[in-house]
Design a protein around this ligand. Structure first.
Ligand code: ADP
Ligand code: MG
Length: 239
């Protein structure tokens, strides 16, 4: 019995979407941004999601992370029926389990980079680990920006700062929206490597939305989004 429940726990997905859809109202029109989606993501798995602009990638990511509610269907995080919870409880679980790297970086505009890290420690009631912070900043090449405000950073620096803060937070699930969009090849590679390393060594479940084909080799699974439909990548078999 005990054994069985342990096996069950280890097989349980970190993130499960069951028949999830998301519509938007645009005036009198309804946009079906996300069509019926079933998806399981496990700890230790880095999933890349490719797709053209407007195909529904950000919608998928924000629904996964509970920043938007699905129109139909359910999202479970660590077995918790996340999407059905009231916003207050959802926000609490988000803080506990989720690390976001959003397209608009998600940094708090009026805090220095150092204070963004400190904020996480306060919210999570943990002791600060400056060593871990500095290691992340060093890996991403932004050690010299630790006293800077987001407005004083370049697009690429903000992006890397957001990733460092998200990883520092030590979430179970990392959701990254175009994390390498503003980066040159060298930096894009560092970011992808850091996410892959966190995923594999720390057993995180990571979803990375991208149209940057350079970073696909680090992904364990690549999926494609087209017109709100998510499917496994079909490798071309033509000669
Ligand atoms: P992607 O991230 O792949 O570019 P999005 O998820 O941002 O795609 O958008 C998917 C579709 O949903 C697009 O047609 C977009 O215009 C529409 N959409 C996105 N956000 C909203 C919104 N807040 N209100 C209305 N329509 C939206
Ligand atoms: Mg997007």
């Amino acid at each position: 019995m005990n054994n069985n429940s342990e096996r069950h726990a280890s097989a349980m997905a970190a993130l499960t979407l069951s028949k999830v859809t998301r519509d938007y109202r645009q005036g009198k029109e309804t946009v079906h941004a996300l069509r019926t989606t079933d998806l399981e993501i496990h700890n230790g798995e880095l999933v890349g999601i490719l797709g053209p602009s407007g195909s529904g990638k950000s919608t998928l990511l924000t629904v996964m992370g509970g920043l938007r509610t699905p129109t139909t269907g359910t999202v479970e995080i660590g077995g918790e029926p996340f999407s059905a919870l009231p916003e207050k409880k959802r926000a609490q679980l988000r803080r506990q389990y989720l690390g976001f790297v959003l397209q608009n970086s998600g940094l708090v505009p009026f805090l220095t980079l150092a204070d963004q890290f400190a904020l996480h420690d306060r919210v999570l009631k943990r002791a600060p680990t400056t060593e871990h912070r500095d290691e992340l900043l060093d890996t991403l090449g932004i050690s010299d920006r630790v006293r800077a405000y987001p407005s004083q950073m370049s697009g690429g620096e903000k992006q890397r700062a957001a990733i460092a803060v998200a990883v520092y937070h030590d979430p179970t699930v990392i959701l990254a929206d175009e994390p390498t969009a503003a980066l040159d090849s060298h930096r894009a590679h560092d970011v992808a490597q850091l996410l892959a390393q966190q995923t594999h060594e720390q057993g995180k479940a990571t979803v990375m939305v991208t149209h940057d084909e350079r970073i696909l080799p680090v992904c364990d699974r690549v999926m494609v989004m087209r017109d709100g439909v998510l499917s496994d990548e079909k490798r071309s078999e033509s000669p």
